[in-house]
Structure formats: structure tokens, C-alpha cells
Design a protein around this ligand. Structure first.
Ligand code: SF4
Ligand code: SF4
Length: 375
């Protein structure tokens, strides 16, 4: 078990400041050359959707740029790749890279942007929830994978960091199928931990310069944390991430499951911190929604969890005035339970599994939450 996590102060996204912080972060692990010298490096940022960096939904381009430079200076060939929510096509990727600032990073550094939309099925015999899963090809082909996440709350998974970021290696509209297959957050998050073990990123970084609190991962508000986190063990990096946010392990199913599997210690205080003193980075992030506390859910037998979830967990709610009828929610809904009627989205709650994919991908943030009792 690698317990090392570097916490490095990074006050803002000024390129010079980010470059120095990233250099300091990698230096805690021997530097880019020691880590990956001469290899084919894949950088996997969180590009959830085509949002500009100022929205704090996606990994900031200056963090990606600094990492690209470090690995290129170490003689690596660097590719940037992700499959955002919704469809995975060349056209969509072009817009995604342009809006999120990745196209500019590639232009200024010489890194390659992935436009290969094929995938490869990978097997994971010892998976708890999955035994095989399709993975986007550049991730499969890479010799050294870097997960570059954003420090955010998450309406469904509670928290998203280095491990949840890897859901983006599943191509396009295959992702909602996994939501449909694992509608309960505990099962879904165990699947994410399987995926992380299968992909096995070699290094993980979290952009916590400005994270997101409240209705994450796309509808929340900015939260300045002023730091970067990094390490070899993605679960350890996430455990440090939730310490920064003031969250408990038992509320974050990906962390809880990693602890059960013996991949990380039971508390963030047992990690080995490099760089800054973690006490200087302890903050409070407002959670995404008031769901049932994780420890209470786990006291309930698995077959009754869905019933408890139905009663307590809120449903997505369309704010009609903000809805522009773009249909992004309907296209991503794994249960096909959203229709566009007279230019507005309508949800048929009888089929909704509360995966919140619609909430995540709504461009004008027109989807909130509400508690309803289904008839
Ligand atoms: S709710 Fe959002 S994603 Fe759905 S149609 Fe309206 S604006 Fe588009
Ligand atoms: S309506 Fe939204 S929350 Fe419900 S299943 Fe569809 S995408 Fe998921």
C-alpha cells in the first residue's frame, strides 16, 4: 500500500505559479523523468462537458499544460484524452477540447489530442462488480497513465477526484448503461473502484486550486482551496482530497470500498504527507445534496437499500424557465425517461434511477433536486 500524498500550495492559475507547483509536486516522487522518462504518457483530465475553465467544472488547462511540459521535458510522448458525458465523436471532441482550453494546451506544447474514438474491451477477472469493460483506445495503448482530476462534490457519488475521474475512460454513451446496471450508489462506486484497479493509473493529480462545492459535479459553486494534490496511489490521493474538503470516508463510497479492499488506511491521518503540512489545507466544502449518510445505508441489507433510497434521496427537477430544450439530458439518460415536450424537458419519474447524469450534463444548469414520493 503506497500511502504517500503530496499537498502543494498553488494560489491561482497563473501559468508560472502552476508550473512551479506541479514541478514541486512531481519532485516529491523523484520527478517526471524518474516516474515516466521516455514513455508514452496519457493525460486524462476531467472534461465532463464543454465548459470554459472559468466555470470550474473541468480540469484547468494550466494544470494540464504544466504536466505536459514536465513529461515532455522528460522525453515522453504525451497524449491528452477523455470521453465526456454524451456522445463520443470527433466532432464532439473537437468542441470539447476547444472550449475547455485543451486545444490551446496542445497547440502551445506539441501534445497530441486524441481523436481516435474506438475502444478496446478489457477483462478484470477479480472485479467485485465488473469482469470486463470497454476502454477508450488511447488509455489502453498508454505506457503511463496520469489521472488529472478536479476537486469536486458529486450529486450521486458524493465526491469526485482521481478515482471517479476514470469513469471517463468508458466511451460515450456506454457510460449511462453502467448507471442503469448499477443504479445504487454503493454498487456504482464499487464498479468505479474496479475500473480504477483495472486501468491502474500510474500517477494521479487533483486540481484543487479552485474546486467545486454544492451541486457538483457541474452545477455547484466555486470553492478556492489553493492547492494541488498528487501521488502514485489514486485512492490515497482521494483520501487526502476528502480531508481537505472536510468529508468523512464513510460518506464517500469509492473511499469506503477502497478501505474495505485494503488499498488505503482507514483515516486520512494515517497517510504519509509530502510537501505542505496537511493542516494548512483543511477546509469545509458544502456537500452536493443531503443524501442518507453512508454509514446508515450500509446498516441496511442490500435488498432494502433501493427502498430507502427511493424515500430519502431527491429526484432531479427541471427548472422550466432555465431549460432551453437542447435535449442533452434526454440523450444521456440511461433509462430513456426524459422527453422534450414543447421545447422543455419532462421527466417520467416512474423509470428514474437518480443517477443524475441529466443534472451533470445540462449546459444552462436547469436541473436541480427535489424530494417526491412516487405513486
Ligand atoms: S433540462 Fe437542460 S439539458 Fe435538458 S433540455 Fe433543458 S436545458 Fe437541455
Ligand atoms: S432522469 Fe436523470 S437522474 Fe433520472 S435516470 Fe434519467 S438521467 Fe438519471
Amino acid at each position: 500500500m503506497d500511502k504517500r500524498v503530496a499537498l502543494i500550495e498553488c494560489k491561482n492559475y497563473d501559468e508560472k505559479i502552476v508550473e512551479e507547483s506541479i514541478h514541486r509536486l512531481l519532485a516529491q516522487f523523484g520527478g517526471a523523468k524518474e516516474l515516466a522518462g521516455g514513455k508514452k504518457v496519457l493525460i486524462k483530465p476531467n472534461l465532463l462537458m464543454a465548459r470554459e475553465p472559468r466555470d470550474f467544472t473541468t480540469t484547468h488547462p494550466s494544470v494540464v499544460k504544466a504536466l505536459v511540459r514536465e513529461f515532455m521535458n522528460a522525453g515522453c510522448e504525451v497524449t491528452i484524452a477523455d470521453s465526456c458525458g454524451g456522445m463520443y465523436t470527433t466532432q464532439i471532441l473537437k468542441k470539447l477540447y476547444s472550449v475547455t482550453g485543451m486545444a490551446k494546451v496542445a497547440e502551445e506544447t506539441g501534445a497530441t489530442l486524441n481523436y481516435d474514438t474506438s475502444d478496446v474491451e478489457m477483462e478484470y477477472a477479480s472485479g467485485k462488480r465488473i469482469s470486463k469493460v470497454p476502454i477508450i483506445k488511447p488509455v489502453h495503448d498508454a505506457e503511463f497513465i496520469v489521472s488529472v482530476a478536479k476537486l469536486k462534490t458529486h450529486g450521486f457519488a458524493y465526491y469526485t477526484g482521481a478515482v471517479k475521474n476514470l469513469f471517463g475512460v468508458i466511451p460515450g454513451l456506454t457510460k449511462p448503461m453502467f448507471h442503469a446496471k448499477f443504479p445504487e450508489k454503493e454498487e456504482f462506486c464499487e464498479m468505479i473502484v474496479d475500473l480504477c484497479q483495472l486501468v491502474s493509473p500510474d500517477f494521479s493529480v487533483i486540481d484543487g486550486v479552485v474546486g467545486m462545492q454544492g451541486k457538483g459535479p457541474s452545477g455547484g459553486t466555486a470553492k478556492e482551496a489553493g492547492l494541488l494534490l498528487g501521488g502514485v496511489n489514486p485512492h490515497a490521493v482521494d483520501l487526502a482530497g476528502i480531508r481537505v474538503m472536510g468529508f468523512k470516508s464513510e460518506d464517500v463510497p469509492t473511499i469506503y470500498d477502497a478501505q474495505e479492499r485494503g488499498l488505503i488506511p482507514k483515516t486520512p491521518y494515517e497517510l504519509e504527507y509530502l510537501g505542505d503540512d496537511p493542516k494548512m489545507h483543511e477546509l469545509y466544502f458544502i456537500p452536493a445534496s443531503s443524501k442518507v449518510p453512508g454509514f446508515l445505508i450500509r446498516l441496511v441489507p442490500e435488498k432494502f437499500r433501493r427502498l430507502i433510497g427511493c424515500l430519502v434521496t431527491p429526484y432531479p427537477q427541471i427548472h422550466e424557465k432555465k431549460c432551453v430544450g437542447c435535449g442533452a439530458c434526454a440523450r444521456t439518460c440511461p433509462m430513456h425517461t426524459i422527453e422534450i415536450v414543447e421545447g422543455k424537458a419532462k421527466i417520467d419519474y416512474s423509470q428514474c434511477v437518480k443517477c443524475y447524469c441529466c443534472h451533470e450534463l445540462c449546459p444552462p444548469k436547469a436541473i436541480g433536486f427535489k424530494r417526491i414520493v412516487k405513486k
